[in-house]
Design a protein around this ligand. Sequence first.
Ligand code: FAD
Length: 419
Amino acid sequence: MAMMQKTEILIIGAGVIGICAAYYLTEKGYKVTVVDKGEVCSGCSYGNVGVAVPSICGTLASPGIISKSLKWLLDPESPFYIKPRFNRDLIGWLWEFQRACNEPQMRRGLSILHEFNTASVELFKDLAAQEKMDFGFVQKGLLVVFKSLPGFKEGVQEAELRQKIGIEAEIIRGSELRSFAPHLRSGLAGGIYYRRDAHLDPYKFVRRLAEKTRKKGAQILTSTEVIGFEIFGKAIKTVETTRGDFTADEVVLAAGAWSSEMSRYLGLKLPIQAAKGYSITYRLPENYLEMPVSLSETKVFITPLADTLRLGGTLELAGMDLSINKRRVNAILKTVPEYIDINIENLKLIEIWRGLRPCTPDGLPFLGRCRAINNFIVAAGHAMEGISLGPVTGQLVAQVIGNEKPSVDLSLMSIERFN
Ligand SMILES: Cc1cc2nc3c(=O)[nH]c(=O)nc-3n(C[C@H](O)[C@H](O)[C@H](O)COP(=O)(O)OP(=O)(O)OC[C@H]3O[C@@H](n4cnc5c(N)ncnc54)[C@H](O)[C@@H]3O)c2cc1C
């Protein structure tokens, strides 16, 4: 047997969540080791559309979603799809999901995620300033545009709900849209401009933060896959990996969509379903807009990232399957010219990508210490907002491990809430 490797804190997963946790823990003086089966930022954190969303945050579970998704399920090009299959975890997840689709829970989720995301945006600014890190962070707001009048009306209602909790939202009539953003097609029903939202290059952010964290003393091991655990009493004694065994005082699970599989090794149940999404990245056309745009009816986002333009969308519950469904990629591409005056065929393609969003049934992440296993902390399930919530999650993990009072209330994030 190889020698046991020792560390104070072992983090599983080098995506945005694992790296942010490693950064804040290292800052507090802990000896941290991060392991990832792939490279740093090779999972869902790699090719997403990079929007930080204090204003347009929220949970997928909402009162109208079930009837909408039933209609979408029959359309292979729709923004939402569930691969029909008999799978106990999926059925259990869908059951909890529909239970969470009610007005009070949606509102509560919105205000918690708003608080989390607002804190995170401030931390992005601090990181850029304190660490002199350039990751393309720009706070130029986000524009949500609507093609149809009913869509716009719904959007306005939603904006008004958000305004009630202090979110700034500017409602723009269809006739005024093009003077606001000249790249939009004429004839759109309207738009809503959320001034406080921001965007950043997710890959640059995670890679550069990982580099800083390493320089501050953390160890980051790639191609190191966790394959099991050894439990003694109420604690993890050993973490077994493809590159040898580790002992640690505390183990943090930040394995995104793989977290559910990982927790099964520990005999725990973490209901996280993978929701596949795609992005297509092109070279940025000249004089393109400086802010991200969300095409509301089709749930597609378009973000300018340095000299590239990234289009992203779809949410497919199809298990851990990473195959690329070209029909869905094309469906994203097809909708863009309906909103934006752009000829995609003339753009230079850089990359087609897919990633697995880690989704909990109620849309809030799992964040906190496990009751059954004392030295096990989970930070996973950030769904559509993992980049945005990365810094605040990292800081909270450091507070939980340091036994400090968390800066935001974590009771609704409990990892046992579905047991
Ligand atoms: C199309 C698309 C667009 C998106 N747009 C946005 C956006 O605009 N804003 C936003 O905030 N979020 C967005 N997201 C969501 C965001 O990308 C995710 O929430 C976030 O990346 C999750 O980060 P993570 O660190 O939890 O997971 P990941 O980045 O997936 O990291 C998990 C890591 O765990 C590792 N791992 C897994 N199993 C093991 C094992 N056994 N041993 C060791 N390591 C293991 C994996 O290799 C991986 O690197 C988008 C997602 C998609 C798909």
